[in-house]
Design a protein. Structure first.
Length: 286
């Protein structure tokens, strides 16, 4: 099973492409998301081909902090994923529909272990300044985020907010122009483990670029991160993590290439065991 973050891991806005080569040498790009009639996110055409092939070789699970509505704008190449993880683990989609039992269990746990969302929103209202905050947003009634002017964001405010939120069971993460406040139990890894259990996955691969992906990468058997993002900025690593030199949209392509290589090696190792009557089995490709 392959559980991968999307934004700035597999897909990229125009501002995040990091096309450092001469224009004539830039890769051909495929738009994979349109918002308000304008293309919003891209991957290279080679990455699109790699993802299409990966979708027929493994259980591919998009794993994102996006809301369900935001995720459903994306049109990824290849077969439609049977499973997707949205809202940082708050929702598991099965054939496009939210699993109600999973969501209700998540909501109960957040109520038991964390300060309420209303307290976070009140802090935003009381301490932020319109000179650097563009928008206040709530996602799926689970977490909140600010859209900010990054160059004007006061570092002392971010640190103070992070310490305050940590004491109340929340995690703060700065990703591009967004400051996220997410309850600590709301994790991609918990949802990933549940999907892996349902699939009977014997090997789980993951990739991500932000602090909100760290738990996902820790929980996987093999993991990758690009040469950009919060994890790169903090030099975050664990023994089973491969750190890529590539940045921007080239990193997305390389991550998919690494996924396919490991999946192929896994299949090669498992098939002889199946032929010999071993109980080992390939993950359900559904």
């Amino acid at each position: 099973m392959v559980a991968s973050d999307l934004d700035r891991t597999l897909i990229y806005s125009s501002a995040a492409l990091a096309l450092g080569m001469p224009d004539a040498q830039a890769p051909r790009l495929l738009s994979v998301e349109v918002h308000e009639s304008r293309p919003l996110s891209y991957m290279t055409e080679d990455a699109a081909t790699l993802l299409e092939r990966l979708g027929s070789e493994a259980v591919f699970v998009p794993t994102t902090t996006r809301t369900r509505k935001q995720y459903q704008r994306i049109q990824l190449p290849g077969p439609a994923p049977k499973y997707a993880i949205c809202a940082n683990g708050g929702h598991i989609l099965v054939d496009g529909l939210a699993d109600r039992d999973w969501h209700e269990a998540v909501v109960r746990r957040l109520a038991e272990e964390c300060a309420p969302l209303a307290e976070i929103r009140a802090y935003f209202t009381a301490t932020t300044d319109l000179s650097w905050v563009r928008k206040h947003r709530v996602a799926e009634d689970l977490f909140a985020y600010l859209v900010v002017e990054r160059e004007r964001l006061p570092e002392e405010w971010l640190k103070r907010f992070g310490d305050w939120a940590d004491d109340r069971g929340w995690t703060v993460s700065l990703q591009g122009r967004k400051v996220y406040a997410v309850p600590k139990p709301l994790t991609k890894s918990a949802a990933m483990r549940e999907v892996a259990r349902r699939c009977g996955a014997g090997l789980v691969l993951a990739a991500g670029d932000s602090l909100l992906d760290a738990d996902l990468l820790l929980a996987a058997d093999r993991a990758w991160r690009p040469g950009h993002g919060e994890l790169a900025e903090t030099a975050w690593t664990v023994p089973h993590l491969d750190v890529l030199a590539e940045r921007g949209v080239a990193a997305g392509e390389e991550i998919l290439r690494r996924f396919r290589t490991v999946v192929a090696d896994h299949h090669t190792a498992v098939l002889p065991a199946q032929l010999n009557g071993s109980p080992a089995a390939l993950p359900d490709p559904a």
